[in-house]
Design a protein around this ligand. Structure first.
Ligand code: MN
Length: 244
């Protein structure tokens, strides 16, 4: 069986916290490869026809972590706490996400990838979790090991995520200073932290549209985290069986 081609979004060469993003991206590539997928990086800077041409060749997508999405995309003006904005990356990833949603192509989102999903569907973000007074700390970077288990999450029992993880709660790492505020219509929150912050969402009318706020690629020894990458690869295979 041919390995499914999984497109992975990446940050630009001049991204803030580049070294950390490089490391996480390398782990995401490894996560896809270990799950039986053939990882391919989606280069920054493609024009829209080329991006769409590449999209059509992919069997599935992985939206990775990175800098903040420009608040203009969800109707805000940027506060001083917004950092690492790359509007070219934003517009490319929002286009890829809309195409993935419209074509029912399987995708998995990590951290910023979850936020791209929510914004692409019309939702909004806390520009900084500190805007939310009852929030716990979620910013365990850059001075903490990325595999540090920072807080528990509670998973909605009848969700795809619960089925994949096989557990009702998980301890996860936490490398984000933003989070979903208004969750877009058509998305289902399937995991939250104790403070109520959204930690995972699924697309209701999609065969496999799942996104998590934590970084499973940085926890490669945990079976539940490996299972997330595996679920993406399996979803691409199920889709190609249906189509042929
Ligand atoms: Mn968190």
């Amino acid at each position: 069986m041919t390995a499914p081609l999984i497109g992975i979004t990446i940050h630009a060469n001049d991204a803030q916290h580049r070294a950390a993003l490089d490391r996480l991206c390398a782990q995401a590539i490894q996560g896809v490869a270990n799950a039986g997928g053939l990882p391919v990086l989606i280069p920054p800077g493609l024009d829209e026809p080329a991006l769409h041409g590449l999209f059509e060749r992919l069997d599935g997508l992985l939206f990775t972590g990175g800098g903040d999405i420009a608040p203009a995309y969800y109707g805000g003006s940027a506060s001083s706490l917004v950092a690492g904005v790359d509007v070219d990356r934003d517009s490319a990833e929002l286009a890829l996400m809309r195409w993935a949603l419209d074509s029912a192509k399987p995708f998995f989102g990590i951290c910023r990838g979850l936020q791209i999903l929510n914004v692409a569907c019309g939702g909004s973000l806390y520009q900084d979790i500190g805007e939310c007074k009852h929030a716990e700390r979620h910013t365990f970077y850059p001075d903490f090991p990325f595999d540090m288990l920072a807080h528990p999450i509670e998973i909605v029992p009848d969700s795809q995520l619960a089925h994949i993880a096989g557990k009702a709660t998980l301890q996860v790492n936490s490398l984000h200073h933003q989070a979903c505020q208004v969750v877009a219509p058509g998305l289902r929150v399937v995991a939250r932290a104790r403070d109520g912050m959204v930690e995972a969402i699924e697309v209701t009318a999609h065969p496999f549209g799942l996104a998590v706020q934590w970084h499973p690629e940085a926890l490669p020894d945990a079976p539940e985290m490996r299972a997330l990458f595996r679920a993406l690869v399996v979803a691409t295979r199920e889709r190609s069986c249906v189509q042929t």
